[in-house]
Design a protein around this ligand. Structure first.
Ligand SMILES: NC(=O)c1ccc[n+]([C@@H]2O[C@H](COP(=O)([O-])OP(=O)(O)OC[C@H]3O[C@@H](n4cnc5c(N)ncnc54)[C@H](OP(=O)(O)O)[C@@H]3O)[C@@H](O)[C@H]2O)c1
Length: 262
């Protein structure tokens, strides 16, 4: 569905959300494959500790349009406009509907969703100013956006919207030689999932996530989902009618039978 990316040597790659977790592992893996990696996130110290794996570190808060604008200006001035963008930045605030924290909901949508539109808009404008090269934009979304999940009212919805944006951008940018992919990880062991107080099935390391992402890009896939033993099950759940889906999900909740009997 996309041109295969097999040879990363010399490719300029911007990893947005590279200070930890999946983004950091991606930056390291890409650098080992010869890419010229630009690493961005809010925290400068972990970004600097990535060197020499990155050719440039740029501190950016993606929820600030002015930060994005300034970063892209620097990239243009330094002739580092990326061939490939990995949009990895994301936050996770698990919460139940009875205990919604509106500030956390707002931050979730600002970082996971709204910033994605701002980043895409500004990069498309920059790419337009320097045409003639094939480009690729890879969104890191989540299987949490596939269907409603408990305690994921904000996070899951923000990722469902991101996946929608990924699909639309794939459809619309193909004619401009801009390939688009969406990465849908299951559970990955990072500071993000450290917030979870339940056993996470089929959890993998950030390094394994990065390797699976690059494998998907080498195959030219639009949707790159992993680990398959978990994501294929979720894809199956997506096909079920609501009654069956809700019953199955509720059966996995702690205190399920006591809730029903109370
Ligand atoms: N871990 C999983 O199981 C899992 C599963 C599915 C999808 N994902 C997605 O994978 C992506 C990476 O998550 P992770 O698990 O690797 O967690 P992580 O270690 O917390 O990484 C999140 C990255 O996003 C950056 N970030 C957060 N807010 C930002 C902001 N406002 N501006 C710029 N950068 C920002 C963080 O850097 P700073 O804090 O330094 O800004 C960090 O580099 C996220 O989009 C997440 O939703 C993760």
């Amino acid at each position: 569905m996309n041109p295969k990316i097999i040879d990363w040597a010399g490719q300029v790659v911007w990893v947005v959300g590279a200070s930890s977790g999946i983004g950091r592992a991606l930056a390291e893996a890409l650098s080992l494959r010869g890419a010229r990696v630009i690493a961005s996130a809010r925290r400068s110290e972990p970004l600097l500790s990535l060197q020499p794996a990155c050719v440039r570190c740029l501190t950016v808060d993606v929820s600030q349009a002015s930060d994005l604008q300034a970063a892209i200006k620097v990239l243009e001035q330094e002739h580092l406009l990326p061939d490939v963008v990995f949009w990895v930045a994301g936050v996770y605030h698990p919460m139940a509907c009875e205990a919604l924290e509106l500030d956390a909901v707002r931050e979730t949508f600002e970082v996971n969703t709204l910033a994605a539109y701002a980043g895409l808009k500004q990069m498309l404008q920059a790419w337009e100013r320097l045409p003639g090269r094939p480009r690729h934009w890879s969104w890191v979304s989540s299987v949490a956006g596939y269907r409603g999940l408990p305690r994921a009212a904000a996070y899951g919805a923000s990722k469902a919207a991101l996946t929608y944006l990924a699909e639309v951008s794939y459809l619309e940018l193909q004619d401009k030689a801009i390939a688009v992919s969406v990465v849908q990880p299951g559970f990955v062991q990072t500071r993000l999932t450290a917030k979870n107080d339940f056993t996470m099935p089929a959890i993998i390391t950030p390094e394994a996530a990065a390797a699976a992402t690059l494998k998907g890009l080498a195959k030219g896939q639009f949707e790159i989902h992993y680990p398959k033993r978990f994501t294929l099950l979720l894809k199956l759940l997506r096909l079920l009618p609501y009654g069956l889906y809700f019953r199955l999900i509720r059966s996995t909740l702690p205190n399920h039978s006591s809730q029903r009997n109370s």
